[in-house]
Design a protein around this ligand. Structure first.
Ligand code: ACO
Length: 334
């Protein structure tokens, strides 16, 4: 069974509640219909119920009546949620009047539903920009205990089976945190190891990437990666991790042997941790385009409950896949 099929099969077994704030967005609604048909998740759609039902009828969708449809202007728990928001953000000066406005924004409502245990995860971003999806999540769902930074991983499925785990690798951070400190980079490595096991389904062998291998260059950017590697080992002593490594030393056996002799990771890495978001974002898009790899993600990691952000160019099947991944993450965090 291929990776996506097994992710969907696991999702069906977990039966989690996923909220879709962009309930009146065409691809989202079509994806919700497929997810309900295949029982990948229980779906809550946020949006004007009349509009959602009319769109479903026009598109010939047969399963939308199985979704819970909530109008963000008129949620039965609106007052309870407003109090919760004020309580959670009182140190930031959030007033009742602010919260009353924010709760009518489906992107805020979705995250507050999760915080109140009325949903297990969220998928959004077909219509909204990354920052607008993430900000409410950072403010109300926040990070897992021991993690301070959210990051985004991609599962890269290559046609060429030579690299990684039979052609599959995990890259991070490719989506969220522009310039991590050494400690944040260590957290990203630890979080990506968990994502790799839980979603990609294999044991991570992590390379902490740099433009230097084992002291070949001296620079503060190299020091950051060396420190992050040490900190990640301290955070999780059982991690199989090495750095700093250049990417050829990380993934090509012969180069790994000559540049980093004795390393159990060099030449065999299946997880690549990039020193900055620039490097990670550029690298995943290059591999996707030049090597025609399938890029699954970004899978956001480190959040206390899973919230995933779609690309605005996403397809219906991208949304279905990300919902299935979100269900798997929800099963992992509960
Ligand atoms: N992890 C956890 N919390 C975070 C993170 C993070 N990575 N970044 C910000 N926060 C928190 C802050 O601590 C703050 O919390 P507080 O209000 O409780 O104090 C809150 O979020 C807002 O922080 P700001 O610094 O004001 O965050 P801002 O909204 O300016 O930026 C954002 C956050 C939008 C994620 C920003 O880092 C960003 O734009 N990142 C790049 C996203 C992007 O464009 N990616 C590339 C496209 S995606 C793709 O190609 C697949």
């Amino acid at each position: 069974m291929d990776l996506l099929s097994s992710i969907k099969k696991n999702a069906i077994a977990h039966s989690k509640r996923i909220v879709l704030p962009e309930g009146t967005e065409e691809r989202t609604l079509k994806a919700a219909d497929l997810v309900l048909e295949e029982q990948i998740a229980k779906i809550t759609l946020l949006g004007d119920p009349n509009k959602i039902l009319e769109m479903a009828k026009n598109f010939g969708l047969k399963n939308i009546d199985k979704a819970l449809i909530i109008n963000p202007l008129d949620h039965p728990k609106k007052n309870e949620y407003i109090d919760l928001m004020v309580e959670l953000r009182k140190s930031k000066g959030l007033t009742k009047a602010d919260a009353t406005k924010l709760i009518e924004d489906p992107l805020y409502l979705g995250t507050v539903m999760i915080k109140n245990n009325d949903a297990d995860g969220e998928v959004a971003g077909a219509r909204n920009a990354t920052g607008d999806v993430l900000r409410p999540a950072f403010q109300f769902v926040k990070t897992l205990p021991g993690i301070t930074v959210v990051s985004g991983a991609f599962i890269m499925i290559m046609k060429d089976k030579e690299f990684g785990n039979d052609g599959i690798m995990v890259f991070a951070d490719c989506a969220v945190h522009p310039n991590p400190t050494d400690k944040e980079l260590a957290e990203i490595a630890v979080a990506t190891a968990k994502t790799t096991k839980a979603i990609a389904g294999f044991e991570p062998r992590i390379a902490m990437l740099s433009f230097s291998t084992k002291g070949s260059a001296k620079h503060e950017m190299v020091d950051k990666v060396v420190n992050a590697t040490r900190m990640a080992k301290e955070m999780n002593p059982s991690l199989k991790i090495d750095g700093e490594l250049q990417v050829d030393a990380a993934i090509v056996e012969a180069v790994g042997k000559s540049k980093a002799p004795g390393s159990e990771i060099a030449g065999k890495a299946n997880v690549l941790i990039f020193p900055t978001l620039e490097a990670g974002n550029i690298a995943y898009k290059l591999v996707q385009r030049l090597a025609h790899a399938e890029a699954i993600g970004p899978i956001l990691q480190g959040m206390a409950a899973p919230i995933n952000d779609l690309s605005r160019g996403c397809s219906v099947s991208d949304i279905v896949n990300l919902i299935a991944i979100t269900v798997n993450q929800a099963a992992m965090t509960k």
